[in-house]
Design a protein around this ligand. Structure first.
Ligand SMILES: *[C@@H]1O[C@H](CO)[C@@H](O)[C@H](O)[C@H]1NC(C)=O
Ligand SMILES: *[C@@H]1O[C@H](CO)[C@@H](O)[C@H](O)[C@H]1NC(C)=O
Length: 447
């Protein structure tokens, strides 16, 4: 299975101790049966000097069939076959291997080696993997070989962000595994987030985040920035979504910038905007909680510095519009506010001011189409989008429109009827007096 086909591949298997007698067969260490299929080739050129054999373009047929047990140091340069390149080393060295030093260099496609490639090699003392494109390494590679003394790993493409090296981050500084990595402080992260950052610093951060992440949340680094002094500042997302929390976690990792609390049972925003441990949060996601009011935002310092606030899917009926306006104006960081899926109260007292706010900050308030009046029997406002709703729907509507008959209206009707009757009677009496000269009956009985 092991097909070494890279151009300029250098594959070096060396037995370090020159004093060992080379009288064992299989002394180049066997790859397991699925492992190396060393096929002879006549183009190959092998040169032996002492106990060292250097082969170019494969292994000469003579050496495959010949007296290979004499070889203590096998160096294979420029393996043949150009169509595919070695990207993964498959198989592993057997426990009977007597190899003391293993070097694999210059494989420009080799990004992964199996966890147990060397772990059973009880004689292995030196493992040199410099100059490949390895991205991660499994713990057993370094913990397995009992007599491993030195490991060289620099000049690879280490990926510090995919979790493949997290085990190394959690190693104690003085642990055996950490100490055998000779060039630990020269290692550099290459992929994504940490491109160009010193690996040891990134490992320290990963360890710190692991130790400070509150339960039951998960913490992840989403960005890193470099400060003026060259220090690395991680930007950490603390994800506590859907954990049935009734209050936010009481502690956060230092430099946590995002807190996700969607789908919990929080009913207040108060601790988040008032307690100091949350002050550095930039982005706060509170979707699908049970928040009825956000009065606490008024006057809070956090509200003038935050970046994202999502309150979708809560029980908000109204907000302190003036406080929102003031904070949005003062806040230079603000990127997004989400207020949709709340049962907004649609009346003439709240809606004109709220609609003006929505329109004034339509670039900031990102989900205008979801900000709608609560469900109600009044079809002109029920679940109508507030930002585009005619204000006439809630203000100064014509009275004829199915105004419910209240008791005060009944009294009004009766009173106006009575006035009408009295004025009518007066006009009738006056006309009657002018034509007949008779006083109305009421005047005749009055004294
Ligand atoms: C060499 O290795 C093969 C396969 O692992 C094994 O069958 C054979 O017995 C070994 N020979 C010696 C002398 O160890
Ligand atoms: C909130 O709940 C709604 C409805 O259950 C769901 O569709 C939505 O994805 C949830 N939002 C988040 C951020 O979990």
């Amino acid at each position: 299975m092991l097909v070494l086909t890279a151009i300029f591949t250098v594959f070096l298997i060396e037995r370090a101790s020159p004093h060992t007698h080379f009288n064992t067969k299989n002394n180049t260490g066997q790859l397991n049966k699925r492992g190396c299929a060393l096929s002879g080739t006549h183009q190959a050129l092998c040169a032996k000097s002492g106990h060292q054999l250097v082969c170019t373009r494969g292994i000469n047929t003579d050496w495959i069939t010949g007296i290979r047990y004499e070889i203590g140091h096998l160096k294979i340069v420029d393996w043949p076959g150009l169509s595919t390149e070695l990207t993964r080393f498959k198989g592993h060295f057997a426990s009977t291997s007597r190899i003391e030093k293993l070097s694999i260099h210059g494989l420009t496609s080799l990004w992964e080696v199996p966890a147990d490639m060397v772990s059973k090699m009880s004689h292995l003392r030196v493992l040199d993997l410099r100059g490949n494109v390895l991205r991660h390494l499994k713990a057993p590679t370094l913990r397995g070989p009992q007599n491993l003394e030195k490991v060289y790993l620099s000049d690879n493409k280490w990926d510090c962000s995919d979790g493949g090296l997290d085990w190394l981050a959690m190693e104690d500084e003085n642990s055996a595994t950490r100490r055998i990595i000779v060039d630990y402080y020269q290692l550099v992260c290459h992929q994504q987030l940490y491109r160009g950052k010193p690996l040891h610093k990134v490992m320290d951060i990963i360890k710190m985040v692991r130790h400070t992440c509150p339960k039951p949340c998960a913490c992840a680094m989403t960005h890193v920035v470099t400060d003026r002094a060259g220090g690395i500042i991680p930007l950490i997302t603390v994800d506590c979504a859907n954990k049935r929390l009734i209050s936010p976690p009481t502690t956060l990792p230092p430099s946590a910038t995002t807190l996700r609390l969607e789908g919990n049972k929080l009913n207040s925003i108060r601790p988040l905007v008032q307690e100091p441990q949350y002050r550095k949060l930039m982005d706060l996601y509170l979707d699908n909680n049970s928040i009825h009011a956000v009065k606490e935002l008024e006057g809070s310092e956090w509200f003038t510095t935050f970046r994202v606030l999502s309150l979708r899917g809560n029980f908000l009926k109204q907000i302190p519009v003036y406080a929102f306006d003031k904070a949005f104006q003062a806040n230079n960081n603000i990127m997004g506010v989400f207020l949709g899926q709340n049962p907004w109260r649609c009346d003439c007292h709240f809606i004109p001011r709220f609609q003006a706010l929505l329109l004034k900050y339509k670039r900031i308030i990102r989900d205008l189409s979801d900000i709608r009046c609560s469900k109600s029997d009044d079809k002109t406002i029920s679940q109508v989008q507030i930002s585009t709703m005619p204000l006439g729907n809630v203000c100064s509507r014509p009275e004829v429109k199915s105004v419910p008959i209240s008791s005060i209206n009944i009294v009004n009707l009766v009173l106006s009827f009575l006035i009408f009757v009295i004025v009518g009677k007066f006009l009738y009496d006056w006309h009657h007096f002018r034509t007949t000269g008779k006083l109305p009956w009421i005047s005749s009985i009055l004294p």
